[in-house]
Design a binder for this molecule. Structure first.
Ligand SMILES: [Zn+2]
Length: 116
């Protein structure tokens, strides 16, 4: 699961499909998943990419104790260079990155045309 932590407002946002880009509380950071559900984009100079290791999160949720300390799960900071999670300075730069070399929006990204 990909998330964005905004170092300006301390908000953490879970990314969703490109039809519903998400923004932090202060609006300086945001992101979305591409239609394939794997590749994602985020933006903003305060944005830090985070990941949850889904199996460890699922296990911790399933094993929630009735009291005491809950089970740890794995969260990590995603490296600057990640083939499936690309950083952009601005939101518009993120949307423009979805266009191919001809400046055309690929068919899988039709929804983007209304935004760009
Ligand atoms: Zn923010």
């Amino acid at each position: 699961m990909k998330l964005v932590f905004c170092e300006s407002c301390q908000d953490v946002i879970r990314l969703q499909d490109m039809s519903e880009p998400r923004y932090c509380k202060c609006g300086r950071s945001g992101g979305f998943y591409e239609a394939d559900g794997l590749h994602a984009h985020y933006w903003g100079i305060y944005a830090m990419p985070l990941g949850f290791a889904n199996p460890s999160l699922r296990l911790a949720l399933d094993k929630q104790p009735t009291e005491g300390r809950g089970r740890d799960f794995s969260a990590f900071v995603i490296p600057h260079s990640c083939p499936t999670f690309k950083w952009h300075v601005t939101e518009s730069e993120a949307w423009l990155s979805l266009t191919d070399s001809d400046g055309e929006v690929p068919e899988s990204h039709e929804k983007v045309k209304a935004v760009v």
